[in-house]
Design a binder for this molecule. Sequence first.
Ligand code: ZN
Length: 301
Amino acid sequence: MRALPEHLQPNFLAGPYIDRRAHLREVSDWQAEARGDPSARFLLSRGTTLAVDMNPLRAAFVDHRHPLVQKAADSSMVLLGWFEETRCVLIQIDESDEAPIELRFEELRPLASELDAAEAGLLAYARALIHWQKRHRYCGICGAPNEPRRGGHVMHCSNPSCGADSFPRIDPAIIVLVTDGDRALLGRQASWAPNRYSTIAGFVEPGESLEDAVAREVLEETGVIITHCRYHSSQPWPFPSSLMLGYMATAVPGSPAMAGDELEDARWFSREDIRDGRAILPPVTSISRRLITHWLDAEPR
Ligand SMILES: [Zn+2]
């Protein structure tokens, strides 16, 4: 198979790691079907933590014979889709129940980059749904309890005179590498490790296009006015519910950079500065790093 061109390669936590088969969420007894499927894989969560095996780090799936699967309430289950050609279902264990001794539950965020990319994508997807369901246990309109519908992908108000549906929340955020051709604009927050720099990022506000948000965030955080921006790629970042929309932007050469309220420092770096290690870059799994690498590679050494 031919490798995808650079700009079409999925970012970490993205890509075709799962076949969602969304139409099967409409099957009325999908939970019973899953429990009766000997090939199905069940992913267990407790609170916002997920069951994993350590050494090496893997998702700890259980099969349909596991007691927690057999006793799971239908409302605790979410149909994730088909992972590596097998049915894959999330089961949310009640936090008041004792955790099963043979399973280890961990928060995903600090571990994600050590996981196989497909499993990291799957667990991040599951965690996004867990967080959203937990925050939507009651209807935001009438206050009645919500109940999961459509494979756990809709929270439906149980009050018949209301019946409002809530859908998974995704918060769009832009992330942008600004260049003036030869230099890239990076910033750092005071809480970061010394010398760590990254691209500029921020949430999109109501009434803004993505391009508007790019221009506003760059101006607010660095004082730089951009003249043009172009979409690059995106990355789901479900900690708890962001979608990072990556852009490349250009500014007038020689624009002075000055850190705004959210940053401790904002400055221009040449390719040589970065290759010489004068900034510690974000991890290779981040879209920020990918944007920087894209720019670095645009000009041969
Ligand atoms: Zn309601």
